[in-house]
Write a protein that binds this ligand. Structure first.
Ligand code: ADP
Ligand code: MG
Length: 685
């Protein structure tokens, strides 16, 4: 059976239809049968005429009780009528300009009609329904697939062609199975022949569900297998570090000025178990802004250090690294743990000193930026690598860090919560821990989306807040991606000038941007932290992790230019203290999508919900695009609704690869082909 056969050889496909099919991406028999329906209409369950209601789409089974009446209505237009009846009532079927239907109907014969019901003045009628004689099931009496079609081809035509295609395949002995039998059995999956038939022409809803389950499973399994291979390319069978069971995380926990949330404790338990087992840890820690990931990292680092290992904490910006250092020192110094900072801004001498001590094991925890990835940064005994804000680092950078140790455990923290489904796909080989609860007493950040007209009011509101002792961030328009940091800078400076000399001239205004030297940035941030600056104008450098509890208002200019995840991150800079906090999204433009996005931000503070919406509004293609992962579009799997199947497929993939890393065993031959088929351009197997 050659699935690559040109569609033109299928019954019912002439030269014209070939063109139309090509237009919707159908060139081969395989394209045809994998052109899946976007939905179904159940035209199999008849309704009693007397129960039909106005406006509903219904199927009725009824006997013609009148002859087919054809009458002229106006200017050459004609109208056709047929009166029909079932045991419960009578209905009039009407058509326009379809005199030719006359030959299809006979008095006293029974038919099925499927169409929209009109109920007026006590009479039921149906306009231009599809119909069959009762013994036929061409258009009714079954579940009908509805295909995504935009032009030219009609549902009926495509349906027929697909039916012919499937028929042809069946005649030639059916489809070749693409999944190994042991997988079919283990996961109770329909075979490929049935699945492909039932996805188009299910007899019952259940058939369709089973077919879909199999096809989705296959699609996700092949993706997962491909991802695992991509990521495990350099994975060896090396055992992970077994950290000391006698080091108790609770030693640190008991010294904290607050109680950890249930979610934090749960996540720590997962990490603890993982660290103590000989399975090396590869874990993604997800949690919303402010959910308290840092403390989790700190406690994990404690465990590693007290087990005799060094820890590396990789942060995306110098500001954040510095902040982490201070936090770590605060909590861990009393346990005699030595923390140091390595960022590109430090003096040569300082750096040399750090590198030396690091190599000799005199530094327990090294916190820093990309500067830590450099070759001359050598650890004595690196046992745990933690990367903060994972989305800023690629897999490559993570790997580079990991290679500085002997198969160290890895904890990846992400402050851009993404739906679990996506996390599973993007980080196929990572275990996932989720902090799904915020520390108590966090107040919702009141969010408003405003246009230019409201500027005056917004400015007055800022003044009012500052007069009450609070501080304010104003984040500048994000400049088009094609442009460089220079223009970012210019935007900040322009706004700064206006604010300082005009709008907020009675206040202490400062600015910060990505191009400043780390020292300058730190200085500004420190002054802001100490309350010496009222209003801080900034690019998105403050996006990540900065903690200033007294800041209560975040204004974002040109908010429509930011992704929802970024807006959420920015908003998370306020509401970190005891004060009621606000976020003002200034936006331009009238697009439906913009409005929708602003609405989402105003309605929810939940990062998981926001990223889900972001995904919905942008489509998964864009979403993955910005994540810089070459994930293909899915033909049938739906990332919102197929989470259960995804989990199953992931489990299966891990199991398979565990036993047969390169898919070389005979039993996995089919899987290897499947993966190759889908990812030839990305994988070298
Ligand atoms: P994020 O998850 O965004 O990195 P952080 O770790 O920066 O969040 O935590 C935000 C703030 O909440 C910090 O000031 C931290 O000390 C505090 N915090 C963390 N956990 C708790 C808790 N269980 N109860 C109260 N405050 C907490
Ligand atoms: Mg953080």
């Amino acid at each position: 059976m050659d699935l690559n056969e040109d569609v033109k050889y299928i019954k019912g496909v002439g030269p014209n239809r070939v063109k139309l099919l090509n237009k919707i991406g159908i060139f081969t028999l395989k394209d045809l049968i994998t052109y899946y329906p976007r939905g179904y209409e159940d035209r199999s369950k008849p309704k009693n005429i007397c129960e039909c209601t106005n406006g509903e789409i219904a199927l009725i089974e009824a006997i013609a009780v009148s002859r087919f009446m054809d009458s002229r209505i106006s200017k050459g237009r004609t109208m056709q009528k047929l009166v029909v009846r079932d045991e419960t009532g009578q209905a009039t079927i009407t058509w326009f300009n379809q005199s030719y239907l006359k030959s299809k109907f006979q008095v006293s014969k029974k038919y099925r009609f499927y169409g929209k019901i009109e109920y007026q003045y006590g009479k039921i009628s149906m306009n231009s329904p599809v119909f069959d004689e009762i013994q036929n099931t061409n258009n009714t009496g079954k579940i009908i697939p509805i295909y995504p079609l935009t032009f030219s081809l009609t549902q009926n035509v495509l349906r027929k062609i697909i039916e012919n295609g499937l028929e042809k395949i069946k005649e030639q002995g059916g489809l070749k199975e693409t999944l190994p039998e042991y997988i079919l059995n283990e996961y109770k999956l329909q075979n490929i022949q049935e699945a492909n038939y039932n996805i188009h022409f299910p007899k019952e809803y259940e058939d369709f569900k089973k077919a879909r389950r199999r096809l989705v499973f296959e699609e996700l399994l092949s993706t997962q297998l491909a991802l695992l291979q991509l990521k495990n390319n350099n994975l060896t069978d090396k055992k992970g570090i077994v950290f000391d069971k006698n080091v108790n995380m609770s030693d640190v926990i008991n010294t904290l000025p607050f109680n950890l949330t249930k979610a934090q404790l749960k996540v720590l338990q997962e990490i603890d178990n993982n660290m103590e087992s000989e399975k090396s840890m590869n874990r993604l820690l997800q949690g919303d802004v402010g959910s308290g990931k840092t403390i989790v990292a700190m406690i994990s680092a404690y465990k590693a250090v007290k087990s005799g290992y060094q820890v590396a904490i990789l942060a995306p910006t110098a500001i954040l690294a510095t902040q982490h250092l201070n936090n770590f020192k605060n909590i861990l110094e009393k346990f005699d743990i030595k923390c140091e900072l390595l960022i590109s801004g430090i003096t040569k001498k300082n750096k040399e000193d750090i590198l030396e001590r690091l190599k000799h094991g005199d530094i327990d925890i090294l916190i820093g930026t990309h500067a830590m990835l450099e070759e001359n940064v050598e650890f004595k005994n690196l046992g745990l690598v933690i990367t903060d804000e994972q989305h800023r680092f690629g897999v490559k950078q993570r790997t580079k860090m990991v290679e500085k140790g002997q198969n160290p455990d890895v904890l990846v923290m992400s402050a851009t919560p993404i739906p679990r489904t996506l996390a599973l796909i993007l980080y196929g080989d990572l275990d996932i821990s989720i902090i799904d609860e915020l520390p108590p007493n966090r107040k919702k950040i009141e969010t408003y989306a405003v246009t230019k007209r409201m500027e005056e009011r917004v400015n007055n509101f800022i003044k009012k807040q500052v007069n009450e002792g609070r501080q304010c961030y104003i984040v500048c328009p994000l400049v088009e991606e094609s442009e460089d940091e220079e223009s970012d800078l210019k935007a900040v400076l322009t706004l700064y000038e206006t604010c300082k000399n005009d709008t907020f001239k009675e206040y202490r205004v400062e600015y910060i941007h990505g191009k400043m030297r780390p020292k300058e940035k730190d200085e500004i941030m420190n002054r802001f932290k100490n309350g010496e600056i009222d209003i801080l104008i900034s690019t998105t450098v403050i996006e990540v992790g900065v903690d200033v509890p007294n800041a209560s208002i975040m204004v974002i200019e040109d908010a429509q230019r930011f992704g929802l995840a970024a807006l959420h991150q920015l908003r998370g800079r306020v509401g970190r203290g005891e004060y009621k906090s606000y976020c003002v999204l200034k936006f331009n433009g009238n697009g439906q999508n913009t409005k929708e996005r602003m609405k989402v931000m105003c309605e929810t503070n939940d990062g998981f919900v926001i990223s889900q919406k972001d995904l919905e509004l942008r489509g998964s293609g864009d979403f993955f695009g910005t994540m810089q992962h070459g994930i293909p579009d899915f033909k049938i799997a739906n990332l919102f609704t197929d989470i259960d199947i995804l989990k199953l497929a992931q489990e299966a993939a891990i199991k398979i690869v565990d036993k047969d890393n390169k898919l070389e065993k005979e039993e996995n031959k089919l899987l290897k082909e499947l993966v190759k088929d889908k990812f030839t351009d990305r994988l070298e197997i």
